[in-house]
Design a protein around this ligand. Structure first.
Ligand SMILES: Nc1ncnc2c1ncn2[C@@H]1O[C@H](COP(=O)(O)OP(=O)(O)O)[C@@H](O)[C@H]1O
Ligand SMILES: [Mg+2]
Length: 361
């Protein structure tokens, strides 16, 4: 029976990354990193370029050694096991295939490296090709394939050795948007059907939301939040996560009144109410997801000049005139016509939908 969702978060860890630290030439890129993945789970590492995603992935694979900490897989510490003995497969952005070999030869390579006789590789190669719908291309040289086809071969080559863990480092970022979406859907169902445990690195939040059971949002060598896509979106743990995952309005403000869990916040757009327990005088960032803002007065209401109305087809984005780094974004369904730049609009949203974060001092 196909599974519809991943294992429960917090289920017994299959991959357990414990207290990992890593510095390059004296510069710490990660310290005290903990990261746990359940068996059969598809987890993404999501974060901006340079935040340490590849470093963490390479440490798990054994391609980079950590300065401190442990990597435990299925209850066994593999920290000191060399990469080629971990039976972990890695798929990179650059397909890392042998261009002069055929598709079938590329797939057989991993099996032969594990000691299988050439004559015996046929059935497994055929199965792996069928898995990624590349059966018709077995005898093609890899160099004669498109980017999407090459990445399918790379995924097949990673899976053919029946790895205990699959790691993918921005595997689809060289592909165009439509193809990337197709590959995401295919990969997800392929891994689900096989019950494969996988860690997928991406800097593309939509990709992470689309493929993952859970997402670890990374920032400067730390995990800011590790949660399901819906929890990340609805309850971002920090302003960084709110900004990185999905769109939001963002208003800077200062707490004026704090009473029994209710805040009154002064912003450049007027007073905004939110739930929280911050001290008066605290500097904050207020956020609201765009589809939770309506074009009518609400518990929170602002009047603002319309800076732009972007008709995107299935939805329309209304941007309020911004002040500094602040922005107001309202998303309405369908095509909203008759809106003039510069006209005054009313935006309203509820107190419960108002996210508030203290600005780090
Ligand atoms: N081999 C290396 N030598 C020196 N610095 C490195 C090396 N690999 C990564 N770094 C640095 O470590 C940080 C994290 O890099 P990386 O893990 O590649 O980030 P990401 O994959 O999230 O873009 C960056 O500041 C990067 O410059
Ligand atoms: Mg990287």
């Amino acid at each position: 029976m196909p599974r519809s969702a991943g294992p429960e978060p917090g289920a017994h860890a299959y991959l357990d990354v414990v207290d990992i630290s890593k510095a390059f030439r004296g510069t710490t890129v990660m310290s005290g990193m903990d990261f746990r993945v359940a068996r059969g789970e598809l987890v993404s590492l999501l974060g901006p370029s340079g935040c340490g995603k590849t470093t963490l992935l390479r440490i798990i694979a054994g391609l980079t050694s950590a300065d401190a900490g442990d990597v435990v897989l299925d209850g066994r510490a593999i920290t000191k096991v060399p990469a080629h003995k971990r039976n972990i497969s890695v798929v990179f952005q650059s397909y890392a295939l042998f261009p002069h070999l055929t598709v079938a030869e590329n797939l057989a390579f991993g099996l032969r490296a594990r000691g299988m006789a050439k004559a015996q590789t046929g059935p497994q190669v055929a199965d792996a090709l069928a898995l990624v719908r590349m059966s018709d291309f077995a005898e093609r040289p890899v160099a004669a394939l498109s980017g999407g086809q090459q990445q399918r071969v790379a995924v097949a080559r990673a899976l053919i050795v029946d790895p205990v863990l699959l790691l993918l480092d921005e595997p689809f970022s060289a592909l165009d948007r439509k193809l990337r979406e197709t590959m995401q859907v295919e990969l997800k169902s392929l891994l689900r059907d096989r019950g494969m445990t996988a860690v997928f690195v991406t800097h593309d939040q939509e990709e992470a939301m689309g493929v993952s059971d859970r997402i670890a949002v990374m920032n400067a060598g730390r995990i800011e939040q590790f949660a399901t896509p819906s929890d990340l979106y609805a309850r971002p743990a920090s302003a960084f996560v709110m900004d990185f995952v999905g769109l939001s309005s963002r208003l800077s403000g200062k707490v004026k009144v704090s009473e029994a869990g209710a805040l009154r916040i002064e912003t450049p757009y007027g007073e905004v109410r939110a739930k929280g327990a911050l001290a008066p005088g605290a500097k904050v960032v207020v956020g609201v997801r765009p589809e939770l803002i309506r074009r009518e007065a609400g518990e929170n209401t602002v009047r603002v000049a319309l800076a732009d109305a972007m008709i995107l087809g299935a939805k329309t984005h209304l941007y309020g005139a911004s002040t500094g780094d602040d922005r107001l974004l309202c998303e309405l369904p369908g095509i909203q016509s008759g809106l003039e730049r510069g006209q005054q609009v009313t935006f309203g949203w509820s107190v419960d939908d108002t996210l508030v974060y203290e600005v780090e001092r």
